[in-house]
Design a protein around this ligand. Structure first.
Ligand SMILES: [Zn+2]
Length: 274
C-alpha cells in the first residue's frame, strides 16, 4: 500500500477485514478470530529509526485488532529475527495469546544472520504461545526446520507451508524453476504468476499435515497459494470433518472409472483400457 501511495486505505481495509473475520468466527461456536501483523518489508537491522517506525506500525495494527475483538494475534512471515521479536513484544502487550511464525529464505538463516532455531527459541523465551514457520517453503523444505524447532522448544509449534513442490536445491517458491514450461513468465521467475504447474496435490498436503501432527506440531495450515481443498486436507489429516468434506472426491460416481449402479457397463469397460 505504501509503494502505490495508498496508505490512507490501511486502516479501513484492516478494520473491514477484522469485522468480516469476527462475523465469520461468531457464526460457529469454537472458532477463533485473529488479528495479524507481518513482515513490514522496511525493517532494517542497522537503522534504529526504521525499526521505531515498524514498531509504531505494529502498535497501530495490534490496536485495531484488539478494538475489533480479536481473540489472538498472529505475527507471521518474518525473515528478520529482530523484527519477529519486536512484533512479539508488541503483540504480547495486548494481553492476547500470540502466534509467531518465521519465513527463512533460501540462505537458510534469518536475514540478520541469526539462526532459525535460535530465533524460535528466543521467541518462546519472550513469551510466544506458538512458534514456527509459515510461507516461502513447501512441505519438503519446511519440514527439516520444523523438526529441529519441535525438538528445541516446549511451547506449541505452528506450520503453514506454501503448497508448492520446493526441493533442497530450490527451497522456496522464489527459487522454483519449471523445466517443462513452454512459455516462460515475462519477468523470468515462476514466482508468483507461473507457479501453477508446481502446486502440490491435495494428497501431498494431507500426508505432510499428518506427518507434522504426528511430530507434535499442532497449529497447522497452508499459506500463499492454498486452495480450499488443501485446507480441507489439513483438517481431515488431523481427524476433523469440515463442512467442505462432503465435496471430497467420490470416484465411484465417475463416468468411466466409477462403480455406481447407474453407470453403463460398456463405458466402465472403456475405463479399464483408457
Ligand atoms: Zn504466505
Amino acid at each position: 500500500m505504501r509503494v502505490i501511495g495508498k496508505e490512507d486505505l490501511l486502516e479501513p481495509l484492516n478494520r473491514a477485514a477484522l469485522k468480516i473475520a469476527r462475523e465469520v468466527a461468531d457464526a460457529k461456536p469454537g472458532n477463533f478470530m485473529a488479528g495479524n501483523i507481518s513482515n513490514s518489508n522496511i525493517w532494517d537491522p542497522a537503522d534504529p529509526a526504521k525499526q521505531a517506525e515498524v514498531r509504531s506500525m505494529f502498535e497501530e495494527m495490534v490496536g485495531w485488532a484488539v478494538e475489533e475483538g480479536a481473540d489472538l494475534i498472529i505475527g507471521e512471515t518474518f525473515y528478520y529475527a529482530g523484527e519477529a521479536l519486536a512484533a512479539l513484544e508488541i503483540a504480547k502487550a495486548s494481553g492476547l495469546p500470540v502466534v509467531l511464525t518465521l519465513a527463512p529464505m533460501a540462505f537458510e538463516e534469518m536475514a540478520d544472520g541469526v539462526g532459525v532455531v535460535e530465533t524460535a527459541q528466543q521467541l518462546e523465551q519472550a513469551g510466544a504461545d506458538v512458534v514456527g514457520l509459515n510461507c516461502f517453503r513447501g512441505p519438503e523444505t519446511i519440514m527439516p526446520w520444523l523438526k529441529q524447532i519441535r525438538e528445541k522448544v516446549s511451547c506449541h509449534v505452528g506450520a503453514l507451508p506454501i503448497p508448492y513442490r520446493t526441493t533442497a536445491e530450490e527451497p522456496t517458491f522464489f527459487n522454483l524453476s519449471d523445466v517443462r514450461a513452454t512459455v516462460p513468465s515475462p519477468h523470468g521467475r515462476t514466482f508468483p504468476t507461473a507457479l501453477d504447474p508446481l502446486l502440490n496435490n491435495r494428497y501431498e498436503i494431507g500426508a505432510w499435515a499428518k506427518e507434522a501432527y504426528d511430530l507434535g506440531i499442532n497449529y497447522l495450515g497452508v499459506c500463499c497459494g492454498a486452495a480450499p481443498m488443501h485446507i480441507r486436507e489439513v483438517a481431515e489429516a488431523v481427524g476433523l470433518t469440515t463442512e467442505a468434506s462432503r465435496f471430497s472426491e467420490n470416484m465411484s460416481n465417475h463416468f468411466m472409472y466409477g462403480s455406481h449402479d447407474r453407470l453403463p457397463d460398456h463405458i466402465a469397460e472403456l475405463g479399464a483400457t483408457a
